[in-house]
Design a protein around this ligand. Structure first.
Ligand code: NAD
Length: 692
């Protein structure tokens, strides 16, 4: 363990190297020897300068996140940073890879920072529901300016070396030989007057127009719906302007401690680990090597096929799109062109980059052109007969070993796999709309899907920036199946006394971007209507809306009116329709409380999640949370439905499910045996495997 910090010498420069794979986190077994090394070098008269560097692929990429929520064992990171500032001689941080969070805070404890040209620097704590708690919010504004610090800390997004150099965060950038150059930089600095420690540099925070800065804060917080951490981050950067350093640091620490014990940060840390955990798939081991995906084929250039194709091209993989005819191809490519055009007009893509991306698409109506694809994903109509036709053709033309994937939302992957003579290569790759934006990728594992096929799907998913979660076969998989349970009472609630706006407000107050009816209006009410008709089912209110031509946003009317095409406005005509339907069905409408709405929407969805877990369709409850946060806009501050359910209390949920089951007899309320057992034993979902 002592080797996690080593000291070497180049004349009067000591090079302190941290070596704590994989990312040089500032764990206790790094902090202890680092403190000793700093103290030893401070009193060593032969040392004129200290270069702080890291071995391996990166500079310190953060604090040790497993220590969050526990008292930090001394020496704390902030102590080390103070010791660096009090070193009294030249200190230079030599940054390669990523200097993130505690890593960047440590680097800001040095008098100088130099970086490799490929380095990235940032304070991403906000993404874990925290703020940088080791002086980062006080030192960064002193190095860059408060506006830049505000943007970096509230967004958590890292910046590149060139940007860091231009804004004053680093003092020099080198294309190669970082350590040798850092030593030369240090030797040169020894010859000059010693710079002031960052905590004492006040020139960048001295003359800030506070009123203007407060406006910037309001702007920066616009997107942080209901989250505490971005607000605390902004407040703390503001404190750097209004308070002396020591006071600002004390306030920062207090804000950090408040956040770290709060439910929101616990939820966000849970999600951080959940996303990493999700890629560990039972039965898929180190020997199951992902194969290279050099070209992807996409069948269908509709809503999903277009978005899926864009995702691969954006991730650097060329795509061949196949459609039924030239007209459909033209229409599909037109939408893709328009979408890239929007990115250009927003400034997030250059014209050249757009042209480059468009050049990575090949279009065809001939299946033979898919023969060189390593992965082929179909996004054709959601009908088994059409899927059958596509997969039997693919079986004939795809090269051996090519992965054959379906983007189906509900259909049985095993049945689809059986259309081919290579079911080991067939897998579900379920993207979410809009597919070029939404992060979630449900990878549906068929009975015969091979482990190396899953490994490849996971790897390529990550390569194109998705959050992949492997799930089992069932109607709707994890996400849509739970969504079905959430909406099972959508008609009942309206008939019994609620309004769409009341129900949706319960959701938006909770932090969802939109409620059930707004979501349906966005997706198009006609989709469900068509499905119901094919299954011989009815939904009085939704059917009536469709019969009136009210399909949702696309027709300007659905459960709401959309006078400007986007903003949901309550419609008296819909309320009248609901009242009329209730009268016809002999339902006496009554006041419905927000609590009841929660019990009749969210609780059934939790119950369905428990069933999914019990059946092994999801490997772990945190996978379900990952699905909901990345595919359905579940508020991150609430940690996902299963995490939230434990906060709400499983016994309470079972109790109320029993109540509603007794009252309605609806299966969605019938508590899953697993949920009942965990509640009775006062356990959480993490104990599910043990309780089974
Ligand atoms: P869509 O109607 O927008 O597009 C389907 C496209 O497939 C059309 O352009 C059609 O011309 C083409 N097509 C149909 N049969 C074909 C064939 N035999 N060969 C080549 N092209 C063919 O539909 P969509 O919304 O993109 O859905 C496609 C699939 O994705 C469905 O399985 C659906 O369940 C699934 N899905 C949809 C969503 C969503 O939100 N829309 C989300 C996830 C998954």
């Amino acid at each position: 363990m002592s080797q996690s910090v080593t000291v070497t010498r180049d004349a009067n420069v000591a090079i302190v190297t941290i070596d704590n794979p994989p990312v040089n986190a500032m764990s206790l077994h790094v902090r202890e020897p680092l403190e000793k090394a700093i103290a030893g070098l401070k009193s060593d008269g032969s040392v004129a300068a200290l270069v702080l560097a890291c071995a391996g692929r990166t500079f310190v990429a953060g604090a040790d996140i497993t220590e969050f929520g526990k008292p930090m064992q001394p020496p704390a990171l902030w102590d080390l940073i103070e010791q660096l500032e009090a070193f009294g001689k030249v200190t230079v941080a030599a940054i390669h890879g990523t200097a993130l969070g505690g890593g960047l805070e440590l680097a800001m404890g040095c008098l100088y920072r130099v970086a490799d040209a490929g380095a990235k620097l940032g304070l991403p704590e906000v993404k874990l529901g925290l703020l940088p708690g080791a002086g980062g919010t006080q030192r960064l504004p002193r190095l860059v300016d408060p506006s830049k610090a505000l943007t970096m800390i509230v967004s958590g997004a890292p910046i590149g070396a060139a940007d860091a150099h231009a804004s004053g965060l680093v003092d020099a950038v080198y294309d190669k030989d970082l350590i040798a150059n850092a030593v030369l930089f240090a030797k040169d600095a020894v010859e000059r007057n010693l710079a002031a420690p960052v905590s004492q540099r006040n020139d960048r925070i001295g003359n800030v127009d506070l009123a203007a800065f407060d406006k910037e804060i309001a702007g920066a917080l616009k997107k942080s719906r209901g989250l505490d951490a971005p607000r605390a981050c902004a407040q703390s950067v503001r404190n750097a302007i209004t308070m002396p350093f020591a006071e600002g640091v004390a306030a920062e620490r207090k804000l950090f401690l408040d956040l770290v014990v709060g439910d929101q940060s616990r939820a966000q840390r849970h999600l951080f680990f959940a996303e990493r955990e999700a890629t560990k798939v039972p039965g898929v081991g180190k020997d199951d090597k992902p194969s290279k995906i050099a070209r992807v084929g996409v069948i269908g250039a509709g809503t999903m096929g277009g978005g899926i194709s864009m995702s691969f091209v954006n991730g650097g993989i060329p795509v061949t799109i196949l459609e039924m005819n030239a007209g459909a191809l033209k229409r599909g490519m037109g939408v893709i062109d328009k979408n890239y055009g929007i990115s250009v007009s927003r400034g997030s893509l250059t014209e050249e980059a757009k042209a480059k991306r468009l050049s990575m698409f090949t279009t065809t109506t001939d299946y033979a052109d898919l023969a060189d694809c390593d992965l082929i994903i179909e996004a054709v109509f959601e009908e088994m007969a059409v899927k059958e036709q596509v997969f039997t053709t693919l079986d004939r033309i795809a090269k051996p070993g090519a992965i054959l994937a379906s983007n189906t939302s509900y259909l049985d992957i095993n049945q689809i796999a059986a259309f081919t003579k290579r079911p080991r290569d067939v897998v579900g790759m379920h993207f979410f709309s809009p597919a070029n934006v939404m992060k979630l990728l449900e990878i549906v594992r068929g009975d015969k899907t091979a482990p190396d096929v899953l490994a490849t799907a996971l790897a390529v998913g990550k390569q194109i920036g998705k959050v992949p979660v492997v799930v089992g076969v069932c109607h709707g998989f994890v996400g849509n199946r739970m969504l079905g349970a959430r909406g099972a009472e959508a008609e009942g609630l309206l008939l019994e006394g609620a309004t769409p706006q009341q129900v949706d407000k319960v959701f938006t107050d909770f932090g969802w971007p939109m409620g059930t009816y707004q979501m349906w209006d966005l997706a198009g009410l006609d989709i469900g209507w068509r499905t119901r008709k094919s299954l011989g089912q009815t939904a009085a209110i939704s059917d009536a809306l469709c019969e009136m031509g009210r399909y949702g946003q696309k027709t300007g009317k659905g459960y709401y009116l959309y006078p400007d095409g986007r903003t949901a406005t309550p419609d008296p005509e819909v309320e009248a329709l609901i009242l009329e339907e209730a009268r016809k069905q002999g339902v006496n409408r009554r006041e419905i409380s927000d609590e009841e709405i929660k019990e009749r929407t969210v609780y059934p969805m939790i119950n369905e999640g428990a069933r999914i877990l019990e059946e092994g369709v999801a490997t772990r409850s945190s996978d379900i949370d990952t699905v909901w946060v990345n595919g359905y806009g579940y508020p991150v501050g609430q940690g996902g439905p299963m995490f939230w359910a434990e906060l709400e209390g499983l016994p309470k949920i079972v109790d109320r499910l029993d109540y509603w089951y007794g009252k309605t007899g609806m299966e969605v309320y019938n508590p899953s045996p697993l949920l009942r057992r965990l509640a009775a034993q006062n356990k959480g979902f993490a104990d599910a495997a043990k309780a089974a």
